[in-house]
Design a protein around this ligand. Structure first.
Ligand code: GAR
Length: 229
């Protein structure tokens, strides 16, 4: 309880400290910062870290008043674990409890993933386990899928493979291009990533045989058909 005892103040004090790792423009980072701007959100964005000094998201974070750090991967060469150990030191120095990967385009070592097991999440622009890796929208179009989307999952050492927390689907139209599909999926990413962070910060996620259970989730209902007539 704070000196004046207001619920907002108390929520701020109790909030889980989150770092967002980026490599680029940081639109998902911005969505998380915006969600956490609500004092009732259970997590606070305490740090943004980039492996690229020129990542546009760094400026965006600084403008939002979030502390930023750069751990440039280049001086580490092929020594991925040395890079990861330096990042881990930075995260611990800031008292970070949850790590969100938001367009962080570096493979992480099993050592780092193990350190943050159950406390690190990633957003991926596809309905996993389909279209792991890069160029997901081009591959979805080439495959002719009618539903595409985005996934937030817990991070495990294998790329784009951890237990799935939440997914959002979008229809794929006959005239979609890679750009139009990417824009539709990105809007979904911005909706589902704050949800996943909220649930993780609230301690509502458990993993059972590789499957996430979300305490309090509504029973499934309805069906999505694409295309519609
Ligand atoms: C997002 O679409 C994210 O899902 C993707 O990079 C983009 C980053 O955009 N991540 C991956 O492909 C990781 N497998 P942002 O910097 O604007 O958030």
């Amino acid at each position: 309880m704070t000196s004046d005892g207001t619920p907002g103040e108390r929520a701020r004090e109790d909030r889980v400290r989150v770092a967002i790792l980026i490599s680029g423009r940081g639109s998902n980072m911005a969505a998380l910062i915006e969600a956490a701007a609500d004092p009732a959100f259970p997590a606070e964005i305490a740090l943004v870290v980039s492996n690229r000094p020129d990542a546009a998201g760094l400026l965006r974070a600084a403008q939002a008043g979030i502390p930023t750090a750069v751990v440039d991967h280049k001086p580490f060469g092929k020594d991925r674990e040395a890079f990861d150990r330096t990042m881990d030191t930075v995260l611990r120095a800031h008292g970070i409890e949850i790590v969100c990967l938001a367009g962080f385009m570096r493979l992480l070592t099993p050592w780092f993933v193990g350190r943050w097991e159950g406390r690190m999440i990633n957003v991926h622009p596809a309905l996993l386990p389909s279209f792991k890796g890069l160029d997901t929208h081009a591959r979805a179009l080439a495959a002719g899928v009618r539903l595409h989307g985005a996934t937030v999952h817990l991070v495990v050492p294998e790329m784009d493979s951890g237990p799935i927390i939440v997914q959002g689907a979008v229809p794929v139209g006959d005239d979609d291009t890679e750009a139009s599909l990417a824009a539709r999926v990105l809007a979904v990413e911005h909706r589902i990533y704050p949800l996943a962070l909220r649930w993780l910060a609230e301690g509502r996620i458990t993993v059972d045989a590789g499957r996430c259970r979300i305490a309090g989730a509504a029973a499934p209902d309805g069906v999505t058909i694409a295309p519609s007539m």
